[in-house]
Design a protein around this ligand. Sequence first.
Ligand SMILES: Cc1cc2nc3c(=O)[nH]c(=O)nc-3n(C[C@H](O)[C@H](O)[C@H](O)COP(=O)(O)OP(=O)(O)OC[C@H]3O[C@@H](n4cnc5c(N)ncnc54)[C@H](O)[C@@H]3O)c2cc1C
Length: 461
Amino acid sequence: MTDTFPRELRQALAETSAPLLEGADALPYLDDRSGAAGAAGARALAVVRPGDAAEVATVLKLAHRHRVPVVTRGAGTGLSGGATAVDGCLVLSTERLNRVVEISPEDEVVIVQPGVINADLNAALEGHGLYYAPDPASHAISTIGGNIATNAGGLRSAKYGVTRDSVLALDVVLADGTALHTGHRSVKGVTGLDLTALFVGSEGTLGVIVGATLRLRPLPAATATVSAYYPSVRAALDGVRRISRTGVVPAIAELIDHPSLRNIDENTGSRLTDGGHVLLLVRTDGHAAAAEAEDVVTALRHTGGDAHRVTDEAEAERLWELRRSGRGRTRPLWTVGEDVAVPTSQVARMYEEGERIGRRHGLDFASVAHAADGNLHPVLSRPVPEGVAPTAPAPPELDAAADELVRAALALGGTVTGEHGVGVTKRRWLEDELGAAGLALQRAIKAVFDPLGILNPGKAI
Ligand SMILES: Cc1cc2nc3c(=O)[nH]c(=O)nc-3n(C[C@H](O)[C@H](O)[C@H](O)COP(=O)(O)OP(=O)(O)OC[C@H]3O[C@@H](n4cnc5c(N)ncnc54)[C@H](O)[C@@H]3O)c2cc1C
């Protein structure tokens, strides 16, 4: 980097952009929700908030010329350190790129800028009879650009797939400022290599997404919710498999184990644990939602579930909100959270492995799971003892247990991260999953897009 970079950047953006943020003003843009070690201590040069794609290109051209690292940032809700600042970087925030550009009910597509919040997009679609399906639990706070860059999953992934399945085309600015359009507005299209898919999940390492053409779906005519309590996780997962055999594809199937139910009760005042040990929540949707829900109830009862359809809509919504409410804390805890995914036949084994690993290290284990797609969110924790500062370094057992947990997922044919992305926190397992040849090829691909390595260095791959 040369000394003239900040001055040249200010000059280039003088008339068009919001001011650069520096010092204390930049602080809210440096970290994400992972608490990734070292992130808060990184010193960014400044935060730039471009207002259009041309400004993004101007910023990247200049950064490229001066070899300044650029960390693109959506809302900073990431859980693996992807958007955390690195020393000497320019943070490029997409918060001002927040327009829904076009809604096309005829083509069932929408074109958006990357800084649009996921829930705001669906609010904008209200009245058109359409919706955008990918629904991370962070839908009220995370951006479409961040969702695309992490290939976010969500509750509805069980039926509608992950973000990748709803992205048709992208506008991207490459590391040297070159503008690129990938993909197509049509649902089909197989011309050339699938660069759109490559950018989805690339975590800010290949280019800055400045626009996206997204596939929409008709709003379901109806939805129905089934609640089923089971005596064990294994029995509940038998229930999920039994649903598959009925031919019903649930829109959502979420499993909440007992420690997670207790956690929700403690944090929200709910009384979910009064109902039973483990809770399976299922949603069906579409014209046949009610009939499918009855089939689901029958299947779950056959596997020992205390299952019933939740006919009170407000109660159903309350249950889904409780599931989304996430993990809270009523007392200081040292925790480590993971995001492993395993083949659906191995989810019960994954729970057993997690419980065993927790016991061996003297840690509490809890996990919710997107049960239909095998994605678990295990949390290992230990209360911080009285008299010890909550900020004191976590005991090494947490790290050792997390390592065993991830390796157990890999041994079961699974993956290090189902939906949160690699960022910085999961890089240590990259080679274990991708293999040396696979990782080398991925790094070679990155070098084609970003030969100077200025985009989100040290992240993802
Ligand atoms: C309470 C809570 C619940 C969550 N639930 C889920 C869930 O159910 N499913 C799930 O998948 N995740 C979930 N997450 C994680 C997080 O919300 C997602 O990873 C989300 O997609 C990140 O979006 P963001 O806008 O905050 O991106 P950021 O955190 O700002 O960035 C994430 C990554 O994307 C890159 N990036 C962002 N914008 C762009 C762009 N325009 N161009 C190129 N790269 C870009 C960044 O460099 C970074 O690598 C949850 C997080 C929280 C706090």
